[in-house]
Design a protein around this ligand. Structure first.
Ligand code: PLP
Length: 386
């Protein structure tokens, strides 16, 4: 009879998906629900990108792609990063780069250090690959960022990876050059530790962004940079992401990929090539639009009693502290606060627990001004009713 593997036993549908599905169910019942919960831009995929996909399909690019990515796309990514194509793997979303990396490198007992708040999938992907997530709490007072002292204290002989995400989902935090240099100093003393740096929101930075790879080029033989087109180019459904690292590491990721997907969708790869090598002016316009929405949301949230919202430096999320509002309403947990908000006020936001940092909530500002205004008005009314 059916039985889950031990590997999958603790892994459930993510809390983000659960909230979104509940919001959808309420809408189906005729309720007016504002969702501020999803992690995707509300912009359409650019027309030139769609045209490139169309051409690729008509030109017969419909057979199995090379496992590691098409020659053209790998070369374009490598060129932009200043590395060789052998140091690039194209996968079915950044998510598959992460899972390839963990499956390729973790044995039972191996530890992966991740600062909380972290993107929900990090801990599940590590657990699914048989590793042990080592979660280090990085609260609002430290800008939601890992310090060198915390990292140094957490490294053991079993540490295989440190996972960094800048700009961060859910906090929007960006590591400065100085902060990254301090982390790199710690890593220099521990050559057995690899570094996965997820830079999928790099194009959505509202303060200067510098890649970890540039800050610590001497660590290149153990850095895996993760990126993709989902967020920057509004291409979440096309499922193209990539990893950049030492050739030996990239080959190991490819060995996993060869057995799991045989490579990413050929038509999507043609689209991604156009996205990263075609006209980039759209990125500037979209970043500017997102930044205005950020300010709109932060201002409104800070006007609500019991909610403290720092200004995020990047991505399209805010991660306010809601503990005083929870206390005022008699909510013991952020999960209870968020589910009651959804049921009673019709606003979907994600509890901080999903990101390893309870007492907070994540709101996305990748929505229209009207949706942001309606959502925030409802949140203010909900809190005012306590
Ligand atoms: N990394 C982070 C931090 C994310 O927030 C997401 C998507 O939410 C991903 C990776 C996954 O991106 P992709 O759509 O390329 O799989």
């Amino acid at each position: 009879s059916f039985r889950r593997s031990a590997r999958m036993s603790g892994i459930q549908l993510s809390e983000i998906v659960q909230i979104s599905e509940r919001a959808r169910a309420l809408r189906a019942e005729g309720r007016n629900v504002v969702a501020l919960s999803t992690g995707e831009p509300d912009f359409p995929t650019p027309d030139n990108v769609i045209a490139a996909a169309h051409r690729a399909a008509l030109d017969g690019k419909t057979t199995y792609p090379p496992t590691m990515g098409t020659v053209d796309l790998r070369a374009a990514i490598a060129d932009q990063a200043g590395v060789s194509a052998a140091q690039v793997i194209v996968s079915t979303g950044a998510k598959q780069v992460l899972s390839n990396a963990m499956l390729a490198t973790l044995d039972p007992g191996d530890e992966v250090i991740m600062p909380a708040p972290y993107w929900t999938s990090y801990s599940d992907i590590v657990a699914m690959a048989g590793g042990t997530p080592v979660v280090l709490t990085c609260d609002m007072a430290q800008g939601f960022k890992l310090t060198a002292a915390q990292l140094a204290a957490a490294i053991t002989d079993q540490t295989r990876w440190v996972m960094l995400n800048s700009p961060s989902n859910p906090s929007g935090a960006i590591y400065s050059v100085g902060e990254q240099a301090e982390l790199a100093d710690v890593l220099r003393a521990h050559p057995h530790v690899m570094v996965l740096v997820d830079e999928i929101y790099a194009h959505l930075s509202y303060t200067p962004f510098t890649s970890f790879a540039e800050v610590a080029p001497d660590l290149a033989d153990r850095i895996l940079i993760v990126n993709g087109v989902s967020k920057a180019y509004a291409m979440t459904g096309w499922r193209i992401g990539w990893g950049i690292g030492p050739a030996e590491m990239i080959r190991a990721l490819g060995a996993v990929q060869g057995q799991v997907t045989s490579g990413a969708c050929s038509i999507s790869q043609a689209a991604a090539l156009e996205a990263i090598s075609g006209d980039q002016s759209l990125l500037v316009d979209r970043r500017r639009a997102m930044c205005a929405r950020r300010d709109r949301m932060v201002t409104a949230l800070n006007g609500v009693a019991g909610i403290t919202c720092p200004v995020p430096d990047g991505a399209f999320y805010v991660f306010p502290d809601i503990r005083d509002a929870m206390a005022a309403g008699g909510f013991a947990t952020d999960v209870e606060f968020c589910s009651t908000l959804l049921e009673q006020a019709g606003v979907a936001i994600v509890p901080g627990r999903a990101f390893g940092l309870p007492g907070h909530a994540r709101l996305s500002f990748a929505y229209s001004d009207a949706e942001i205004d309606t959502g925030l008005t409802r949140i203010a009314e909900f809190v005012a009713s306590f």
